[in-house]
Design a protein around this ligand. Structure first.
Ligand code: ZN
Length: 178
């Protein structure tokens, strides 16, 4: 397991390097990241990118739900993103990030994408994804490129929220006024 790096560490805002050698060191990093992702409880981890544990490499993990296995994506490249249908309802979801504790925001993501990536052994794959997995892939690919979800929230002129407590001590989300 490795400690999670928080903002404003520069590794989170720097584009990561391509993975060239699929050696023992890389396998150890992947094993450590899997432990770190499984241990993340607040918020529960659904994805983890290598820069979030301080490793500036193009590598991330996904785990959309408790029943899903952890998947490994290396040197990911989104080669196609479906443009949104203007007649459709906005596909906005509240996102959070293990590297930005207690902050939330609505981000609109493409509903479908095609990604080219390598697995932990270096084999190349191409796959089309939809739904929550597609959202996670876009969030994690942004990490690989040094982009945080808060930047997407601001670009889309959406609102940011923080965890707070109301007068009765109940957990609520409070809008952050910038
Ligand atoms: Zn994140």
């Amino acid at each position: 397991m490795r400690p999670i790096v928080h903002i404003p560490k520069s590794v989170l805002s720097t584009p990561a390097r391509r993975v060239i050698t699929f050696d023992k060191k890389l396998q150890q990093l992947i094993a450590d990241m899997k432990e770190t992702l499984l241990a993340a409880k607040n918020p529960k981890g659904v994805g983890l990118a290598a820069p979030q544990v301080g490793a500036a490499l193009q590598l991330f993990l996904t785990k959309p739900s408790a029943k899903d296995d952890i998947r490994v994506f290396i040197n990911p490249e989104i080669i196609h993103m479906e443009q949104e249908d203007p007649k459709e309802k906005k596909l906005e979801h509240l996102e959070g990030c293990l590297s930005i504790p207690n902050i939330w925001g609505d981000v609109k993501r493409a509903p479908t994408l095609t990604i080219h990536y390598q697995d932990e052994h270096g084999a190349a794959h191409e796959e089309t994804m939809t739904g929550f997995l597609a959202t996670i892939i876009q969030h994690e690919t942004d990490h690989i490129n040094g982009i945080l979800f808060t930047q997407r929230v601001l670009e889309q002129k959406n609102k940011l929220y923080q965890n707070a407590k109301d007068d009765n001590g109940k957990e609520i989300l409070e809008e952050i006024v910038i």
